[in-house]
Design a binder for this molecule. Structure first.
Ligand code: PAF
Length: 282
């Protein structure tokens, strides 16, 4: 695997591949890779000749009181995993390389409406940070394909809208959430959890599954289901952020006759904020 730290090196290298007629797939990450990321690389390997991954803990998508400084950074282990999974090129820029004039003066890419709900409401500016860094990566790599995990369901929808609105023309692929043997969605933030907290965190997927089952059985009082789910979280010493039954396309609140739904959930287990979701096709 070739590692580039600078955009100019990456540009030169990728031009060579393009001249050879090779297709490129991009897998953007923030590192601390787990099996879920490996699945994204494996998916990308099946889509294009060359897989480029990026590792960049993007300061623009972290709020002032969030975990930017303590976000886990494990470059050596990440390089091993990427190499084994078939990644050809790693782009690992510094903050200075991505934001030479700092964050304040940098252009911001903002995707309205869909960014404002759910995680966007709880983490103001988060999706502007995501959309900005992903659009930079799209422009730097100019991939034919880009692959993202569906655990970050809203993120995927935001990027899909940005890709369409800004005419990037990249084929986007969302990959199903990878889970541990108990069903907990894999996340770099699981590393913050104690064994007891990991057990408590299973409440999220259990509640998503039981709520989905009730909807599949004909229950349509979504407000009551949302409230009941939040009460379950509270009864297990978790702090619910949101539990929302939504239309899968716009992530707006679902109405009783919608057929393609997704339930999005976010909750704090101790001080760790976890997200998960479940799709429902009626
Ligand atoms: O999902 C992530 O890891 C990040 O939000 C992404 C897409 C790499 C942008 O920083």
């Amino acid at each position: 695997m070739i590692i580039c730290h600078q955009a100019s090196e990456l540009h030169q290298l990728l031009n060579t591949y393009r001249r050879e007629g090779k297709s490129i797939a991009l897998v953007p990450t923030m590192g601390n890779l787990h099996r879920g990321h490996v699945r994204l690389i494996e998916k990308a390997v099946g889509l294009a000749d060359i897989v480029v991954s990026s590792i960049f803990v993007n300061p623009m998508q972290f709020g002032r009181h969030e975990d930017l400084d303590k976000y886990p950074r494990t470059p050596d282990a990440d390089i091993e995993k990427l190499t084994a999974a078939g990644c050809a090129v790693l782009f690992a820029p510094s903050v200075k390389e991505m934001y030479p004039l700092g964050l304040v003066e940098h252009t911001v890419v903002s995707v309205p409406a869909i960014s404002a709900r759910h995680c966007g409401a709880s983490r103001p500016g988060h999706f502007d940070g995501v959309a900005t860094v992903v659009s930079k990566l799209f422009n730097l790599v100019k991939p034919d394909h880009a692959v993202f995990g569906l655990k970050d369901y809203q993120q995927f929808k935001v990027i899909r809208k940005m890709n369409a609105d800004m005419c990037f023309g990249i084929q986007l692929t969302g990959v199903a959430t990878e889970r541990d043997e108990n069903g907990l969605a894999l996340s770099s933030r699981n590393g913050y959890l104690s064994a007891a907290e990991k057990h408590t965190a299973l409440t999220i997927i259990q509640t998503l599954r039981s709520t989905a089952a009730q909807i599949e059985n004909g229950m349509r009082d979504f407000a009551a289901l949302e409230q009941a789910a939040k009460s379950v979280f509270e009864s297990r010493q978790m702090r619910p952020d949101y539990f929302s039954i939504c239309r899968a396309d716009t992530l707006a609140p679902a109405s009783a006759d919608d057929k393609q739904l997704v339930i999005l959930a976010a909750a704090y287990v101790g001080t760790t904020r976890l997200i998960d979701n479940i799709e429902i096709n009626l």
